[in-house]
Design a protein around this ligand. Structure first.
Ligand SMILES: Nc1ncnc2c1ncn2[C@@H]1O[C@H](COP(=O)(O)OP(=O)(O)OP(=O)(O)O)[C@@H](O)[C@H]1O
Length: 451
């Protein structure tokens, strides 16, 4: 197939240039649900790949991507086959990891700092840029956490482990095997993994580099050092005053390889690929189930008598480790960001389409009512400054401070927080009682409902 693409590269360019400049519009009704953003990042095409780019972000529509494949028609005339995909946020090949951090990840850091659970998944075919993206994001997270301007004292602990099938290894301890055991509360513990307390940026970055050097890699057709395991970097942010922990998970998933890529590597690698694909499939079901549960909870304003979708988090080691992210019984406030990484090369259109289909399946959209679409001044569109003003005027005495907001939190994000999270934040303001926090919470939601 690659030979076919190379031989017909000029034909491909001519067909793409001759396409209708106004592609069929993508009609999606709805906005992303609370607590979940599904994005895609297209990496630049490297010079030595030799194939044309087959991915085309639309200029006329935000966050929509066209992929044009060249089909070897039986009559011998190559034809174009086009498909389009939509995500919540698309980063094209000129985007930097710093931009992705500012738009999507810094909020997760603030969220974890205030006691929430923030999770990032980088997903995609082998060689699509997952490790490149996550490594830089880890450095940027370290810089934010250690800058000292997040407010309050915290202790930071890091654990970095590697999951290959059902086996787990400690990347901060020379890849020593560890056990995944469930404790009496049903939480899967990483027994034997070192939890390293970090005190500055240099120390954090050194731990990340150390973990990278112990990561399991193997050559695939697409990447000479392909990661054949899921790497989980867990950052626990402990508040010594309230004795509560926030968590940040940065997860570089194993490359989703096609059978074609591993066929030359024998039965061991085929088995490994099967295990990776099964765990990715369970992960998809869990992320989607969680997003549906979040939407249902926000629509019923946290009423837990509502029947939530089944989330099969016990079916793989990866999702068992992330129990408090996926367990519907968990009361922890969670936010998740998925970055679907794409190699734009024409030779990779098949895996790229699979990755984008996977990303689309994760999206759970909330219907947008006409009122909300029309009314840009409604409460959920308030800026941070407007929110602070509203909080000051409506929080009673002693006042609940505007600091209950994470620095970049939007109106929609604040209104979608769980009741436990809102009360937890209010209680951190001096003198505020639980009763007052509850009154404030219900005022907040009434404002949201009437918005
Ligand atoms: N945004 C980018 N800009 C420049 N180079 C990139 C970018 N993303 C990836 N690359 C390069 O592409 C190659 C493959 O990237 P990377 O190793 O991150 O892929 P991967 O998805 O983690 O692969 P695997 O799943 O096989 O481990 C690397 O040489 C990396 O430097």
């Amino acid at each position: 197939m690659e030979r076919f693409y190379l031989e017909n590269a000029s034909k491909y360019h001519a067909l793409v240039e001759g396409l209708d400049p106004l592609p069929k519009p993508r009609l999606t009704k709805g906005k992303p649900g609370p607590g979940m953003i599904v994005s895609a990042r297209i990496r630049p095409l490297s010079k030595n790949e030799g194939f044309p780019s087959a991915t085309f972000p639309r200029t006329s529509e935000k966050n929509v991507l066209d992929i044009h494949d060249l089909y070897n028609h039986p009559r011998g005339i190559p034809v174009l086959r086009s498909s389009d995909y939509q995500v919540d946020r698309l980063f094209d090949s000129s985007s930097t990891t710093e931009e992705i951090y500012e738009e999507l990840i810094v909020d997760l850091v603030h969220f974890a700092w205030t006691g929430g659970i923030g999770t990032l998944f980088a997903y995609g075919q082998t060689g699509s840029g997952k490790t490149f993206t996550v490594s830089r994001l880890e450095e940027l997270v370290a810089e934010t956490l250690m800058k000292g301007d997040l407010g309050g004292e915290r202790e930071i602990y890091m654990t970095i482990v590697d999951l290959a099938g059902n086996a787990a290894f400690d990347l901060l301890n020379e890849r020593e095997p560890i056990s995944l055991l469930e404790d009496s509360l049903g939480v899967t513990q990483l027994v034997g993994a070192v939890e390293h307390q970090v005190f500055d940026v240099k120390d954090m970055k050194a731990q990340v580099d150390r973990a990278t050097s112990f990561r399991r890699t193997a050559p695939t057709l697409k990447n000479p050092a392909s990661s054949r395991s899921h790497a989980i970097c867990r950052i626990r942010i402990s508040d010594p005053v309230s004795h509560s922990d926030g968590f940040l998970y940065l997860i570089d998933l194993a490359g989703s390889e096609g059978a074609r890529d591993v066929a030359v590597h024998g039965p061991e690698r085929m088995r490994e690929t099967r295990q990776i694909n099964i765990s990715l499939s369970v992960l998809k079901d869990c992320i989607r189930g969680k997003a549906q549960a979040d939407v249902a909870a926000s629509e019923t304003k946290g009423n837990r008598t509502q029947k939530f979708p089944h989330i099969p988090f016990r079916q793989s080691a990866l999702t068992r480790v992330l129990k408090h992210v996926f367990d519907p019984a968990s009361s922890r406030a969670c936010r998740t960001v998925v970055i679907a990484c794409i190699n734009p090369s024409l030779a990779d259109v098949g895996p790229s389409k699979n990755t984008l289909r996977f990303a689309e399946m994760l999206r759970v959209l909330v219907p947008v009512t006409d009122d909300i679409e029309r009314d840009d001044t409604s409460a959920i569109h308030w800026t941070n400054a407007e929110l602070r003003k509203w909080i000051e005027a409506n929080s009673g005495n002693p006042p609940i401070l505007g600091s209950v907001l994470a620095p970049r939190e939007s109106g929609a994000q604040l209104f979608n927080l769980s009741s436990a999270e809102i009360e937890y934040r209010c209680r951190k303001c001096p003198g505020v009682t639980l009763e007052q926090a509850k009154v404030f919470r219900s005022k907040l939601w009434q404002t949201y409902i009437s918005a």
